[in-house]
Design a protein around this ligand. Sequence first.
Ligand SMILES: [Mg+2]
Length: 205
Amino acid sequence: MDKSKILPLKDKKVIVFDLDGTIVRLAADWYSLKKVLNDRYSEHFQDDCQFTSISACLSEIVEKGDEAELQHNFDVIKQYELDNIEKNEPIEETIYFINNTKLFGVKRATKLAILSLNTRQTIEKSLELAGISDKFDSILGREDVRSWKPEPEGLLKIMEHYKVNKEEMIYFGDLEKDIMTGANAGIETHYIDALINLVKSYKKI
Ligand SMILES: [Mg+2]
């Protein structure tokens, strides 16, 4: 079986992964975090951020131009994410792929990168716990963009960083938001299930 026909991995110079639900499952208390951020917003701005998502609330802070408050929010998010970091669950097949890219037709020169809504330290610590820190060439976390997925900023930043074109990149994530990010950036994006199934079928042979 020519696996490269299922996913065009051998043509890619940069493979980008989401983190949570894609490489590991984080165990943060998202419910409490959202409540804390929502309360903080109401108190700080004397206004309601109509909390639909963390990103939506942060976008409002960006719109207000309050960088100090944004940094404070990043710190709170980081603290909640790191609180339960030891309870991370690794997603075995993804980690197998990352450790054995050559088996799947990925060229030696191909770079692996992360684009995640989690804070940078959470990403670094998660990769460290999974024993795959050295496999990644670059990390873009929550603090590194000002318009979050499904906005394309993160993917476009990675593309500029490597000076590659859209066709030379591929993105894997677990949510529709990730698929939309790829669509908005014009970069091929797949659910991580596609890669998990590829690894499962490889292991069966
Ligand atoms: Mg995810």
